[in-house]
Design a protein around this ligand. Structure first.
Ligand code: IPE
Ligand code: IPE
Ligand code: MG
Length: 249
């Protein structure tokens, strides 16, 4: 039985989030420039996106560029932005064919104009697609998102739209850029690093975390299925006891 066949469709994560890490080390290991790793990382993005759609995942969020990544050398930032624009342009027919909708979380205004335009047009072109949502986290950080949410809540308290006593978990959630999606049940990070690097802090409060040594360009469809199978073997208790879960109390 293949790994894919072992996946229990009834226990599939609706939302998988991935910290795609290790492109630079992958390239260095081959004696190449970091950007060579980013180029090869795009191939993995395609493979994993299609695999997620195939198994029936509804949301796939990919951490592609963090707020902190702006601090990388200017030529790497430029090359990454160009790669993003080119990939969105080139992959539009595949997104359409696979019925995948592209969306975005992050600080749109900080992106170069070309990137903003390409992103806006790809999102518009795919807006009616229904099979899966591919969410790009670009110029994104969880703290950035929380700060913009808190500011907007403060504005709405001040103008009377929101009362202080109405501020609760649900309301805070509704001000985050992720408000339209379910929280990820599974978060994967490649490259052996075991940290979150400012990704989805609020949304992963109860996510299952999966770390793999594989560098992102080496991460395969089978590795994804392995991560899903690992997730399916876990007991998600949400603060309850195991006994409560088995008696459905
Ligand atoms: C992840 O790979 C991609 C981005 C952050 C854009 P890295 O570029 O972080 O690769 P390593 O971690 O240096 O190997
Ligand atoms: C996290 O990777 C950001 C993305 C994958 C886009 P980094 O490589 O930037 O993370 P740190 O700095 O090593 O934690
Ligand atoms: Mg890295």
């Amino acid at each position: 039985m293949s790994l894919k066949e072992k996946i229990d469709e009834k226990k599939l994560p609706e939302h998988i989030a991935i910290i795609m890490d290790g492109n630079g080390r992958w390239a260095k290991g081959k004696g190449k420039l970091r950007i060579f790793g980013h180029h090869n990382g795009v191939t993995t993005v395609k493979t994993i996106t299609e695999a997620c759609a195939k198994v029936g995942v509804k949301y796939l969020t990919l951490y592609a560029f963090s707020t902190e990544n702006w601090n990388r050398p200017a030529f790497e930032v430029k090359a990454l932005m160009e790669l993003l624009v080119d990939t969105m342009k080139k992959e539009l027919p595949t997104l359409q064919k696979n019925n995948i909708r592209l969306s975005f979380i992050g600080n749109f205004n900080d992106l170069p104009e070309k990137c903003q335009k390409q992103l806006a047009s790809t999102m518009e072109a795919t807006s009616q697609n229904t099979r899966m949502n591919l969410v790009l986290a670009l110029s994104y950080s969880a703290k950035w998102d929380l700060v913009q949410a808190i500011k907007n809540i403060a504005v709405d308290v001040k103008n009377g739209k929101v009362k202080e006593e109405e501020i609760n978990d649900k309301l805070v959630n509704s001000y985050l850029s992720t408000h339209k999606m379910p929280h990820p049940e599974l978060l994967i990070r490649t490259s052996g690093e075991k940290r979150i690097s400012n990704f989805l802090l609020w949304e992963i409060a109860y996510s299952e975390l999966y770390f793999t040594e594989k560098l992102w360009p080496d991460f395969t469809e089978e590795d994804l299925y392995q991560a899903i199978l690992d997730y399916q073997q876990r007991e998600r208790r949400f603060g309850k006891t195991s006994e409560q879960l088995s008696s459905k109390a």
